[in-house]
Design a protein around this ligand. Sequence first.
Ligand code: IPD
Ligand code: CA
Length: 287
Amino acid sequence: MGPKSAVVCSIRHGGPPGQSFGRPKLDPDEFAARRQAAETVARDAGQLAQSYLADRRTLKVARKGPQDVVTEADSAVERMIIATLRSGYPGDTFIGEEGGGAVGERCWVIDPIDGTTNFARGLPHWCVSIALVVAGRTEVGVIFDPNADLLYSAQRGSGARCNNTLIQVSGTTEVAGAMVDVGYSSRTGIDDFGTMVTALLQSGVNVTQAGSAALGLARVADGRLDGYAERHLYAWDVLAGMLLVEEAGGCVNEFLAGNSLTTGNETIAATPALYAVLAAMLMMRRA
Ligand code: IPD
Ligand code: CA
């Protein structure tokens, strides 16, 4: 789908990996303040979303496409996140899954509820995802999982944390026995998805399709999963989670190549040892 992209592995901390974009555009205190603001609003957003589940029978759900729904909570939560962050940072720009937005030098990228299908069904695997992109690179990533009360947070060069404790990707090196979350959307081909899943299963991988790319990436960052792969995702689904994986010592593809901030891209994240094989399987197409 999106442009092909290189791999970025941030195995050590202390310096920005990959390409240099002539940074920094903000000083470290300004990044830290924005990270803290994102952490606070992500928690509040998770609570607001949960309030819509008090009586799930009254939740308004609309179909966006095959295997794709949106609820009234998605838009309300997104509006709340943007209004809160905008009041603190009026010079920043905002892109949200539900309301679109504008790209700018300092751009917040927001998925109010990732895993909306799970959310609408009362399945406890969804999250709030907030990333800050500065001059084309993700600098802050925050994911809140209200069902497990886990707040994942990363600031580039400072490591990844879950509830304030540093996290690391798993040490898995063997493909057989690894556990990988895969995602599907109707934006890509069913047959190609099937080919990827078949290849993973034939290699002995435990495959799950848990239904939230953002939370899947957070689970790769904390080592519960060994990888996440999907042929096409939007920036709001993945930027926070991909920074978490990078900062936790994993490898990710360079998602923001080309126009991917607005058009999306393929997504691969894994332990350093598994990345290449997962990337190869994601690219397999039906013969
Ligand atoms: C979806 C989820 C899902 C992924 C889809 C996304 P949504 O986002 O992240 O896991 O496979 O591609 O669109 O609709 O739940 O915000
Ligand atoms: Ca999403």
